[in-house]
Structure formats: C-alpha cells, structure tokens
Write a protein that binds this ligand. Structure first.
Ligand code: C2E
Ligand code: MG
Ligand code: MG
Ligand code: MG
Length: 289
C-alpha cells in the first residue's frame, strides 16, 4: 500500500514536471512566432494623481493572444521565460511598442503623460538595453523622463551590484526608474538608500488591507513616509475602492493605479476616452478584459 502510494505520488510528480517542461519549451518556441505574427499586445492601465484623479500616465501590461490557447496573461508566461533569451526579445518588443504608443499620444497633444514599462532582471542587466533605450528615445523624439522603467524589488535584491550599475546607466540617459511590488522582496534599507530610483510602487497585497487598521495600514503609511524622506514619489497599486483611495490621499501618496480608476485598456480604447477622462475625471472607466 505504502509502495503504491509512493509510486502514484512519483508518477503525478513526473507528469507534472513533464507538463511544465513541455509547456516551457512550447512557450519559448511560440514566442518567436508571437512576436513575428503580432500576437503580443500592450494594454494600458491609467495612473492618476491623488487627490484630484488627474491622469498622469499609463503602465504598459503585456497580453498574448495565442492562436490556439486564446488570451494568455503575463503571469502565465513571463515567469516561464524570465531566465531564457526569449525574455530579451519580448522585452525589446515591449519597449519599442511602448515608445511607439507614447509617441502617438504625444503627436495628438498628450505631451505630459508618461509610460511605465516592466523590465525583467535579465533584460535590464543586459548590455543591449542601454543602446536600445537610447535608440527608442531618439527615434520617437521622447523626453527621457516620459519613460518610467519598472524593476521589481525582488529582481534588484537577487544581484544588487549588477542592478545598481544597470540603474545608474539608465539614469544617465534621463529615464526614470520605479521599484515595483515594493514590500514583497525583503530588501534592506541600506540597499534602498543606495539605489537611484525615482518612484516606489507599493504592492497590491498591502493596499488591499490598508483600511483594516492592522499591520498593512502601518506598513503602507510607514513606507510612504520612508519614500518621501528619501525624496521619492509613491504609487499605490491595486486601488479598488474610494475608501482606499481616500486613505492613501490622506497619507500623502501621490499616485494611484487600480480597478477603481480603470482596468488595463486596449490602445484604441485609450485614444477614444482621453478627452473624456481629462474633462470629467470620472472613474471608473468600463472596459474589456
Ligand atoms: P505589475 O507590474 O505589478 O502590474 C500590476 C498588475 O496588477 C497587472 O496585472 C494589473 O492588471 C493588476 N492590477 C492593477 N490594478 C488592479 C486592481 O485594482 N486589482 C487587481 N486585482 N489587480 C490589479 P497583469 O497585467 O496580469 O500583470 C501581472 C504582472 O506581469 C505585472 O505585475 C508584471 O510583473 C508582469 N508583466 C506585465 N507586463 C509585462 C511586461 O511587458 N514585461 C515584463 N517583464 N513583465 C510584465
Ligand atoms: Mg509593474
Ligand atoms: Mg506591481
Ligand atoms: Mg506584480
């Protein structure tokens, strides 16, 4: 009996492993086609100022419209390719596309908006990144500060020295840097003080509990004060209710992002509603997935 159980556990384990390995291979092979056949697209999630809800910019969030599997969210393929060369190709595509969208916005008169782009660790420590960013800034004639590159706290902590020098090179180009998912990556305060970032994004798992008066409340207010004392700006992620929004505005958090304002939107949708957003500042924006 014990032997049977052991054997079936073993079989389940290997099947799952095999499935994962196959899946990863398939994803890596499909990515090339995905880029060539334009299956990848960027959705844009508004980021607004507090307390007036004025639109300040967007975060570009990738979506994969797979011909057989349908819509694949980034959480279901980015982690699988983060340690392979495919992440560089995806990242290059994302940067180029984000630059193109920003340029289209600027040509229509929206010159004060910024674009936030997520970079994975392997990509922002890649020597090809700096020339690419430089190329995109000049090709689309973008002010460098209109590009905000988001790196996760976790990716910084994995290789602090490399991350620091990559961030310094990026800063020399004039682009801005955000530490994403802050609070989930165990960074020490001595690192935080050294890193040349401009913006700190408080992870959604903290904003979710901000009204409860417990640990999350104290963490959020303390992190906002800490960031301000270091001269940084704060974005709260995952704002879903007006009450969370009011709390964060009172705590002097400058920027907010979340379903209360809008889900990530297709580019066409964004262009369609920009005037309305600017005029009425009425949220939420109703949207597709
Ligand atoms: P992230 O950078 O922290 O992005 C925020 C995620 O939270 C997005 O999920 C967004 O849709 C979701 N979100 C925003 N507001 C709310 C809210 O009010 N409630 C809830 N429940 N969720 C909210 P998404 O688009 O699925 O992206 C997940 C993660 O995938 C991102 O987390 C980022 O780490 C990664 N990612 C997305 N696009 C890219 C990309 O182009 N390159 C790389 N390297 N990573 C990406
Ligand atoms: Mg992000
Ligand atoms: Mg985040
Ligand atoms: Mg995240």
């Amino acid at each position: 009996q014990a032997k049977d159980a052991g054997r079936s556990n073993y079989r389940v384990f290997t099947e799952e492993m095999l499935h994962k390995a196959n899946n990863r291979l398939m994803i890596e092979q499909d990515i090339g086609a995905a880029i060539a056949e334009k299956q990848l697209s960027l959705f844009l999630q508004p980021i607004v100022a507090l307390p007036d809800s004025k639109l300040k910019g967007f975060e570009a969030l990738i979506r994969w419209f797979h011909p057989e599997l349908g819509l694949i969210m980034p959480g279901d393929f980015i982690p699988d390719i983060e340690h392979s060369e495919a992440i560089i190709r995806v990242g290059n595509y994302v940067l180029e596309e984000a630059g193109a969208i920003l340029s289209r916005l600027r040509k229509q008169g929206w010159e004060d908006l910024y674009m936030a782009v997520n970079l994975s660790a392997k990509h922002y420590m890649d020597p090809g990144l700096i020339p690419l960013v430089q190329h995109i800034l000049s090709k689309y004639d973008l002010p460098p500060e209109s590009l905000l590159l988001e790196v996760t706290e976790e990716s910084v902590i994995e290789q602090v020295d490399l991350a620091l020098s990559a961030m310094q090179s990026l800063k020399r180009l004039g682009v801005r840097i955000a530490i994403d998912d802050f609070g989930t990556g165990y960074s020490s305060l001595s690192y935080l003080k050294q890193l040349p970032f401009d913006v700190l994004k408080i992870d959604r798992c903290f904003t979710a509990g901000v009204l409860e008066g417990g640990a999350d409340t104290h963490i959020v207010t303390t992190v906002i004060d800490l960031a301000h004392n270091l001269g940084r700006t704060v974005v709260a992620e995952g704002i879903e209710t007006p009450q969370q929004c009011d709390f964060l505005a009172d705590a002097k958090c400058e920027l907010a992002q979340g379903y209360l304002f809008s889900k990530p939107l297709e580019e066409e949708k964004v262009f369609g509603i920009l005037n309305q957003i600017e005029r009425d500042r009425v949220w939420p924006i109703e949207t597709a997935p």
